[in-house]
Design a binder for this molecule. Structure first.
Ligand code: TYM
Length: 332
């Protein structure tokens, strides 16, 4: 009988998730639970590669945890935990750092972007971030990693690190595959559709946060930058409209032809309002569930403690074996 494939993914708790995080990653995480064994985590250790206020990071980590549950990640079906609660990630990270080349890390576009944005804090953690990400995945021997397009380069490096380790020490790690959906793998900024939608954008209208209220969501979509044409159609050069169409498609399940027909003869104004309403209605249950979960801290604590225990159970076995492989003396 075929063994169930194992899925691993993670998200940084740097504030509320964006619609990009949701469409590109989180909504797929929840549907994957039905078919696969899934492990998801709040990557708080990754978050401190950029200066964080400790009290805020703690709050955001709890909120992100609750938000994943509100988005449909069921902590009974999946293993849902907070990265820093599983020490195994940091332990394996060291071994993987010793199997990652300076040149490889120097080529990472996220490192280059973030170093530019924070020139006063280009720390070693920011540089070796992809090794920790590889450790997250390899500590569970995950088969597939559902992410948005922006994480593809990191994932390719994780594959290279796994292959290099296997070459040196003998076949051990599974080489993980990216799982990137066709629609919505890169949701763009509403103000500059050539740039990824990101919570670090200075312009608040560029980005939909999944806890934004209905009016705010509709207002941001109505202000979305498009083009001087009037045709709602998915075409080369219509970046703004293409982005809105992929968002509308992701939340309604309609394909591009259906969307084109729906808005034939109508203007961009009608389309933008429709996208705003569809997104707001789609996210409404997430907001309600999030508020409920945040009001029950004892339940949240029980869920993340249990998640960490289950994550440790799997990863500690794999990391112990990796320790042995590299020649560390087995613990008594
Ligand atoms: P993070 O926290 O930046 O983003 C979480 C997920 O959201 C996706 N995403 C997007 N998808 C489509 N359009 C967008 N505009 C958009 N913005 C973000 C990201 O691709 C990601 O899948 N390094 C990771 C977290 C991480 C991780 C891991 C992921 C840590 N360890 C192990 C996978 C496996 C990150 O910073 O994601």
């Amino acid at each position: 009988m075929d063994e169930k494939k194992l899925i691993f993914s993670a998200i940084q708790p740097t504030g509320t998730f964006t619609l990009g995080n949701y469409i590109g990653a989180v909504r797929n995480w929840s549907s994957l639970q039905e078919k696969f064994d899934c492990i998801y985590c709040i990557a708080d250790m990754h978050a401190i590669t950029v200066r964080q206020e400790p009290a805020k990071l703690r709050q955001h980590s709890l909120e992100s945890y609750a938000l994943l549950m509100a988005c449909g990640i069921d902590p009974q079906k999946s293993i849902l935990f907070i990265q820093s609660h599983a020490d195994t990630h940091a332990c394996l990270n060291w071994i993987l750092c010793c199997n990652t080349q300076f040149g490889e890390l120097s080529r990472m576009t996220q490192f280059k972007d973030k170093s530019q944005r924070h020139p006063d804090d280009i720390n070693a953690g920011l540089f070796t971030y992809p090794s920790l990400m590889a450790a997250d995945i390899l500590a569970y021997n995950a088969d597939m990693v559902p992410v948005g397009v922006d994480q593809k380069q990191h994932l390719e490096l994780a594959r290279n690190i796994a292959q290099r380790f296997n070459q040196h020490y003998g076949e051990f790690f599974k080489v993980p595959k990216p799982y990137i959906t066709e629609v919505g793998a890169k949701i763009m900024s509403l103000q500059d559709p050539t740039k990824k939608m990101s919570k670090s954008d200075d312009n608040p209208n560029a980005c939909i946060l999944i806890l934004d209220d209905k009016d705010t969501i509709i207002r941001k979509f109505r202000r979305a930058v498009t083009d001087s044409d009037t045709l709602v159609a998915y075409r080369e050069g219509k970046d703004g409209i293409n982005n809105l169409m992929s968002i509308y498609s992701a939340v309604t399940g309609k394909n591009y032809d259906e969307i084109e027909n729906e808005f034939a003869g109508k203007g961009y104004g009608d389309f933008k309002t429709a996208v705003g309403e569809a997104v707001a209605d789609h996210l409404e249950p997430v907001r309600t569930e999030f508020a409920k979960l945040m009001a029950d801290r004892a339940y949240l604590k029980q869920c993340y403690s249990d998640g960490a225990r289950r994550a440790m159970k799997i990863s500690s076995k794999i990391v112990s074996k990796a320790y042995h492989k590299v020649g560390f003396v087995d613990r008594a």
